[in-house]
Design a protein around this ligand. Structure first.
Ligand SMILES: NC(=O)c1ccc[n+]([C@@H]2O[C@H](COP(=O)([O-])OP(=O)(O)OC[C@H]3O[C@@H](n4cnc5c(N)ncnc54)[C@H](OP(=O)(O)O)[C@@H]3O)[C@@H](O)[C@H]2O)c1
Length: 157
């Protein structure tokens, strides 16, 4: 079982704006789907609100300390990152941390690998960011192109 962060990051480390992704790259959405399908994904309540429904073919774990959400297929609702990790260990599957900012921060110490899409733009009015040092202590192990504009790089601790 591995805990893997997956994120798309702008040149200024922006990852979101107004509760949404500030860009639309079909090649990145396809990469995200292919990488995470068949595994467990864990997300924070705000990212859950932006999705609105569970991602298909994945166990969707949504974290909140207080909110209630309606039941749906492939959806589990938990109260802490520890509960999510315990569950993934028991299921013996990989756990992909899929955001957003607060959730990445809560899992930062536990993440063993990062899969980072480098978005070739700067988002001036973004409201959520990755810390500039989030890859400190990690080494790049693979880079590949998703499209002309996008590269995805994998880092391991
Ligand atoms: N670029 C990317 O790859 C990417 C990926 C995902 C999301 N995003 C963007 O990021 C933004 C959302 O990020 P965000 O930081 O506002 O919110 P978030 O991380 O999606 O959700 C935060 C909420 O999740 C719950 N939560 C987080 N960690 C928890 C923990 N350890 N235990 C229990 N509950 C926990 C809390 O909910 P309660 O307050 O209800 O307790 C917290 O307020 C959106 O703009 C989204 O589009 C970008």
């Amino acid at each position: 079982m591995s805990i893997i962060g997956i994120v798309a990051v702008a040149e200024n480390y922006a990852i979101g704006k107004d509760g949404r992704l500030p860009w639309h790259y079909p090649a990145d959405l396809k990469h995200f789907k292919e990488t995470t399908s068949g595994h467990a994904v864990v997300m924070g309540m705000n990212t859950w609100r932006s999705l609105g429904k569970p991602l298909p073919n994945r166990l969707n774990i949504v974290l909140s300390r207080s909110a209630q959400i309606d039941r749906a297929e492939n959806l589990i609702f938990l109260r802490s990152e520890k509960e999510a990790i315990d569950l993934a260990k028991f299921l013996r599957c990989d756990l992909f941390v899929i955001g957003g900012q607060k959730t990445y921060a809560e899992f930062a110490e536990l993440i063993e690998a990062w899969i980072v899409t480098k978005v070739p733009q700067t988002v001036d009015d973004a409201d959520v960011f990755m810390p500039e040092d989030f890859l400190n202590g990690f080494s790049s192990v693979e880079t590949r192109s998703l499209s002309d504009a996008l590269r995805v790089e994998t880092f391991r601790r």
